[in-house]
Each structure stands twice: as structure tokens, then as C-alpha cells.
Design a protein around this ligand. Structure first.
Ligand code: FES
Length: 256
């Protein structure tokens, strides 16, 4: 883990309140696992004090660039959305444990399921799985049509289905509806999104190889503040920290 003032090279809006930012810097040399995140401090002012955990969407080592997709929703990300190319942001990372690529061997089938702003880390994962000869199917869930992003980008890696909760685009309903209706089969499932979605997947496939990336509120991002703890099944006292033990866990490892 290192810290750097990374330079914004591109920054654009993709959908309603969804932004894509590309940063350049030596920190990219440290970025290896899909599913890891960085902790970004937008302003040197006292407010907002805390860094914002943002997952890595695309790592381009050759160009020394990484791309992050985030949702503008609080003070930190609202300030970030105002930043222009050429400006810098204070980035700490890479942090956490990402998706295990070796869980899917060459020739196997991986199902990637993302919900909303949980979708971006699956992009680098899809890229890396396809590179190693894994067949990838993507199911992307959104609230509504105006928040849909990266459908074409995922389609470049394999069959891609989109669902919206209100039915305004793609299939109406949840990602689990799409998986059932399309009877999608797979060897390994990787998912990132809101807890109810992860829980539904965990319950739907209890005997499968399932890896879940949790979106949790964070403080320090480095295992020091206990802001992100999750209980461990079967224990009243044991816990894991999403920031340093996760954010990716095998299904059943923590209580959702
Ligand atoms: Fe501080 Fe996880 S965010 S321990």
C-alpha cells in the first residue's frame, strides 16, 4: 500500500450520478488484483475528513493508468465530480483482497453478477478471466434505465444481460430473476453489489463456488478503526473486517 497524488487524465459522466475517472501515477504498478479498492481523499480541507473507498474498475499498467467508476452521492464524491483533468487526488492503495482468479480454471464458466455501483470491479475481473480462457457471462442489475452503464463494455467479454428493478430497460426484476429465467449455468460465481443481492445469491447457490464482494461503509480502510466489521457465522464474538480481510469473501465466510 502506498499513497500518491494521482493525476486525473480523463473524467466524464456515464449515467445519472455515475462518473468514470481515469488516474495516472506510479501507484498503478502496485495494483494487481481485480476487486481491490483505493481510498481517495478529494479535498485537503477538513471537510470531508474521511477518504472514500472506491473500487478499481480497470487497471492499465502499460499506460500507468487506472479507471474508477463512482456514484456521486455525498460531499466527497460531489467534490470529486467537480475535478477536472490535470488536477490531482490523494490516493491510498491498493487495499483489500480481491477476487480469486484461480477459482476459475481455463475452460470453466464464470458468472459475474453486479448490482449498481458494485458493477465496476467486475470489469477488470471479466477482462482477466477472459485472458486466461474462462468463459464469462455477465448479469448487471440497475434501479432504472438512466443509471445503466458499461453494458457494451461487458458485452465485449461475453454474454451480458441487464435487468432493471422498474423494468425501464432490459429485463424487469432482479439479477436472480435473470439467472433463473435464462437458466444460466456456471462453475464459479463472482458478485459485487448491495447486501440483499449478495444474500439472495448466497441462498440461491448454496453448493456452488461463490465469491462475494461487500460494499461496506468504511473509515480508515486499513483495518484500524473497526468501522467495517462483519460477524462470522456461528460465533457471537468473531468478526472480519471488510477493508482488510475482504472486501471479497467466499460465500458463508461472513454473515450478510
Ligand atoms: Fe477501518 Fe475497516 S475501515 S477497520
Amino acid at each position: 500500500m502506498k499513497r500518491e497524488n494521482m493525476v486525473i487524465v480523463r473524467h466524464k459522466q456515464l449515467a445519472k450520478n455515475i462518473y468514470e475517472i481515469t488516474l495516472s501515477g506510479h501507484l498503478v504498478e502496485e495494483m494487481n488484483e481485480p476487486g481491490q479498492f483505493v481510498h481517495v481523499k478529494v479535498s485537503s480541507q477538513a471537510n470531508p475528513l474521511l477518504r472514500r473507498p472506491l473500487s478499481l474498475c480497470h487497471i492499465n499498467k502499460k499506460a500507468c493508468e487506472c479507471t474508477i467508476i463512482y456514484r456521486k452521492e455525498g460531499i466527497g464524491t460531489t467534490l470529486l465530480a467537480e475535478k477536472r483533468p490535470g488536477e490531482t487526488v490523494d490516493v491510498l492503495g491498493p487495499l483489500g483482497n480481491g477476487f480469486p482468479l484461480d477459482a476459475a480454471a481455463k475452460g470453466k464458466r464464470a458468472l459475474l453478477v453486479g448490482g449498481g455501483i458494485g458493477i465496476p470491479p467486475l470489469y477488470e475481473l471479466a477482462k482477466r478471466l477472459v485472458e486466461k480462457g474462462v468463459a464469462v457471462t455477465n448479469v448487471l442489475g440497475f434501479q432504472t434505465k438512466e443509471t445503466v452503464f458499461y453494458e457494451q463494455e461487458f458485452a465485449a467479454f461475453g454474454e451480458t444481460y441487464v435487468a432493471t428493478a422498474d423494468g425501464s430497460y432490459g429485463a424487469k426484476g432482479f439479477v436472480t430473476d435473470v439467472i433463473n429465467e435464462r437458466e444460466i449455468s456456471f462453475d464459479v460465481l463472482y458478485a459485487c453489489g448491495p447486501k440483499p443481492m449478495l444474500k439472495a445469491l448466497e441462498q440461491a447457490f448454496p453448493h456452488k463456488n461463490v465469491y462475494l464482494s461487500l460494499e461496506e461503509r468504511m473509515g480508515c480502510g486499513i483495518g484500524a478503526c473497526f468501522a467495517c466489521v462483519c460477524r462470522v457465522p456461528g460465533s457471537e464474538t468473531a468478526y472480519k473486517k471488510v477493508c482488510s480481510d475482504g472486501p471479497v469473501f467466499k460465500a458463508g465466510e461472513v454473515v450478510l
